[in-house]
Design a protein around this ligand. Structure first.
Ligand SMILES: Nc1ncnc2c1ncn2[C@@H]1O[C@H](COP(=O)(O)OP(=O)(O)OP(=O)(O)O)[C@@H](O)[C@H]1O
Ligand SMILES: [Mg+2]
Length: 505
């Protein structure tokens, strides 16, 4: 809708779909190479999230076909929970619509990814997206739809019952894309996806030829993730106002206990006493100023426990190490983690692995592989907090030069990932995250330093042992001839025993 002022200036508002249509580079759809990569990434991400919802071992198949004049189709199939038929149009045809806005770790964040891919497909090839999906209580439905950009609504072309053998979803998008340039990145992304989701199996076919069959490194499903209530320290006026709208009839103390995690009767009584609030005042009677004071007090009070971690799903030590050694040729690998901690009331865990091996690029500082909520981040690596921390560390202290190529795999999981842009590639600098990343990486540096020290020491010992045993053999030969004996006594055992004693000291 537009409005012209007498001055001749026109004011208008645009829909979210129109905004992302105009600014598609912000969401990772800036050029044909990035667009193919982002399409695969968004579809795979959704598939893995859905398999997690269904609590199944993910089987994700990607099938890419090169067509004429740089057109391609990307088809991604999964065995996830499927999409209820009444939700398909909005989930795939409306920007900022989704099922992942709750307080729990999810790969998806914005309700934007797949619709951006659909939008990019339709503006570059004028083709609709095809969605074939089946949930537990349906036989299967097939939709073809466009996005009505001006109104941010789906434009459904076809909608029919269509049998699908298994529960899950298949999405097919035709788009203009440079597959030749994107292929290497896509393969790296999929390989790394099996590092961060080790129980998933992923296949990639390009023009009917198999390019990758990877994964299945772990035989255990991660524990279920449970959404949690907001932590009091994460509250701002907007959230508080909405909670009050929902629970206006409750007294303040009931409201606190029911609406937030980590507030029980005792904690609420302590908080209210300390802040001098009346526990029995009914929420709907609070003035705007009083609510503002309450929001401020909730954020500042330091008597609340750390946020809940049941809403998080770190990879874990054995799965992380096992997946890395399955995907890469690794000489040694060590794990460290920090958390659960919080940033602005959002719980987070940082876990990382340091590994050496010839598969990694050689450089003065370790090569960094970044992951957020189990998603590999491949673009904009120089830009984020994780890279900044890595560069701050004085790596020469840990004798990295003698290890050969070194890599660090770092995974941040949180109910909220502080992405710098809608393309979800690099992380903003949050002091708490920066601090714990620094600690984890330093711990890994020390572990690597110890391994290097040990191998330097054992190389020195070996050299000493060789020299010693040479001299001892000479002494034995000399003493044998002095004593006029024929047989030279063996000395190897003696040397070994001597060095065993030495190294145990
Ligand atoms: N393969 C799938 N299986 C089940 N549900 C899906 C699938 N793909 C998409 N969805 C549903 O469609 C919604 C919209 O997906 P979309 O990728 O646009 O957003 P998102 O994943 O919520 O967040 P993000 O913008 O970060 O990707 C999802 O929240 C999910 O509910
Ligand atoms: Mg998504």
């Amino acid at each position: 809708m537009s409005h012209q002022e007498p001055s001749g200036i026109t004011f208008e508002s645009i829909s979210p779909a129109e905004f992302f249509y105009r600014n598609r580079q912000m969401a990772g759809f800036g050029n044909p190479t990035q667009a193919v990569y982002s399409t695969v990434r968004e579809l795979v991400e959704n598939s893995l999230d859905s398999c997690e919802d269904a609590r199944v071992y993910p089987l994700v198949d990607i099938d890419i076909q090169n067509l004429e004049s740089e057109m391609i189709t990307v088809k991604v199939s999964d065995n996830g929970a499927g999409v209820p038929s009444d939700q398909v149009p909005l989930a795939f045809g409306r920007v900022l619509y989704g099922s992942k806005y709750s307080q729990q770790q999810k790969r998806g964040t914005f309700g934007l990814g797949v619709t951006m891919a659909v939008l990019y497909g339709q503006i570059t090839t004028d083709s609709p997206v095809t969605i074939h999906t089946r949930t537990n209580d349906s036989k299967g439905v097939l939709f073809r739809l466009f996005v009505d950009v001006e109104n941010n609504l789906p434009l459904v072309q076809d909608n029919e019952e269509f049998q699908r053998d298994n529960v899950g979803t298949t999405v097919t998008i035709k788009l203009k894309g440079d597959m030749k340039r994107a292929q290497e990145r896509i393969i790296e992304y999929l390989r790394l996806s099996t590092v961060s989701t080790p129980h998933a199996k992923i296949t990639l076919k390009i023009d009917d030829e198999s390019h990758l069959e990877i994964g299945g490194w772990s035989n255990t499903l991660p524990p279920p993730i449970r959404p949690s209530k907001p932590h009091p320290r994460s509250i701002d006026m907007e959230v508080l106002r909405r909670l009050v709208k929902r629970h206006g009839k409750k007294s303040l103390d009931d409201f606190l206990c029911d609406s937030f995690q980590k507030i029980g009767l005792k904690t609420s009584a302590r908080f209210l006493r300390f802040m001098n609030f009346n526990p029995s005042k009914v929420m709907s009677e609070f003035t705007r100023d009083e609510l503002s004071r309450l929001a401020h007090a909730l954020r500042k009070y330091d008597g609340f426990e750390q946020p809940d971690s049941k809403c998080l799903s770190p990879i874990g030590k054995s799965d992380f190490l096992n997946a890395i050694t399955s995907v890469f040729n690794v000489k040694m690998a060590e794990y460290a983690s920090r958390g659960v901690s919080e940033w602005q009331g959002n719980p987070f865990v940082i876990e990382a692995v340091i590994a050496t091996g010839d598969d990694f690029p050689q450089s003065d500082i370790p090569y960094l592989y970044r992951f957020a909520n189990r998603v590999p981040l491949l673009y904009d690596s120089s830009d984020g907090v994780l890279t900044r921390v890595l560069k701050k560390i004085e790596w020469s202290r840990y004798s990295t030069s003698q290890s050969g190529p070194v890599a660090i795999f770092i995974h941040l999981c949180s109910t909220k990932i502080p992405f710098k842009a809608a393309g979800k590639q690099s992380l903003a600098t949050i002091p708490e995250i920066e601090h714990y990343t620094f600690q984890v990486i330093k711990e890994l540096g020390r572990k690597l330093g110890k391994v290097n020290d040990r191998s330097r020491r054992s190389a020195r010992e070996l050299k000493k042992m060789r020299e010693f045993s040479k001299s001892l053999r000479q002494i034995a030969r000399f003493s044998t001839s002095l004593a006029n004996l024929d047989e030279i006594p063996p000395t190897d055992d003696l040397v070994k025993r001597l060095f065993e004693v030495d190294s145990n000291e």
